[in-house]
Design a protein around this ligand. Structure first.
Ligand code: AMP
Ligand code: MG
Length: 272
């Protein structure tokens, strides 16, 4: 079974047509979904070990979403149990003065994976055509050129051996309201509440337009976007885990060859 949330190159998207509640890929009940996710996690643990030991491929996973969209939860859930050696998360916040003193890809390029590594971007260079565009942090004539830079930058990474998967976690505005209310009402979640998120929420439709354009202009065969229905956490995790494991399996990785005559060393040890 393959999951089809991939956006084709140059496909124009209208996010209103993507249902955040969709769970159509999983027809069975919820408890079997949990079992399936556990199986996929096991697979991912093994594939990551293979990736690390083969030391040939680089993997970049980009997560973008509106506030409370589930980026942190996705990382926690999918990478549970994966060897932390060889996997890292890079979170991109409001740029520092030094970062702002460089071009916007400078801080991003520095965090891209090396061989054998998986890097997860929690937000990314896409903020430079999302929040930056929505708030006019730079003039239009500056940000409108960035889609092209981004596509070229990702092409460079892909040409040099990086496998790239980009996920937009698509929640509804109502779901965001529910999640913000939880952040206010549940003591353990209050630390996540940021009053500014309420201001950003007012710009929901402007953000959706910015996402539509960013996704449409930068989904390529080597760096595809996936629009993931994300109102239901279990479904979001299941679908993303499936896409990642399928992609890693397609790399057809192998453990490196052992040293010649490995058995002969056994004799040496046994005699020791
Ligand atoms: P959070 O992910 O909730 O910790 O928030 C990080 C904040 O940093 C978000 O409001 C992002 O929009 C903001 N941010 C990330 N990258 C940029 C950027 N390049 N320019 C401006 N703001 C950014
Ligand atoms: Mg936030």
């Amino acid at each position: 079974m393959t999951v089809e949330y991939r956006i084709n190159p140059s496909q124009k998207i209208n996010l209103k047509k993507f249902d955040p509640e969709d769970t159509s890929w999983w027809q069975k009940d919820n408890s079997s979904a949990k079992k399936e996710l556990n199986k996929l996690r096991e697979k991912l643990i093994n594939l990551q070990q293979l990736l690390y030991s083969e030391n040939k491929h680089k993997v970049l996973i980009v997560l973008q979403a509106m506030d409370s969209g589930g980026k942190d939860g996705t990382i926690r859930s999918i990478f549970k149990g994966v060897n932390p050696q060889g996997v890292s998360v890079a979170s991109f916040k409001v740029p520092t003065p030094v970062e702002l003193g460089h071009d916007y890809l400078w801080r991003v390029h520095a965090k891209t994976p090396q061989t054998g590594e998986i890097v997860i971007f929690n937000r990314s260079h896409y903020e430079d055509v999302l929040v930056v565009r929505v708030h006019n942090l730079v003039p239009k004539k500056v940000w409108e050129k960035r889609y092209d830079h981004i596509a070229q930058f990702e092409k460079l990474l892909a040409d040099e051996g990086t496998t790239i998967l980009k996920f937009f976690l698509n929640i509804s505005k109502d779901e965001q309201k529910k999640r913000f209310l939880e952040r206010i009402e549940i003591p353990e979640k209050q630390w996540k509440f940021n009053p500014n998120d309420i201001e950003e929420r007012k710009l929901w439709s402007v953000y959706m337009q910015a996402y539509e354009e960013a996704i449409s202009k930068t989904s390529t065969s080597k760096a595809p976007w996936f629009v993931i229905p994300a109102n239901q956490n279990w479904y979001r995790d299941l679908v993303i885990a499936k896409i990642i494991t399928d992609c890693l399996e397609n790399l057809k990785m192998n453990y490196p060859k052992s040293v010649e005559n490995i058995e002969s060393y056994k004799e040496l040890l046994v005699k020791d």
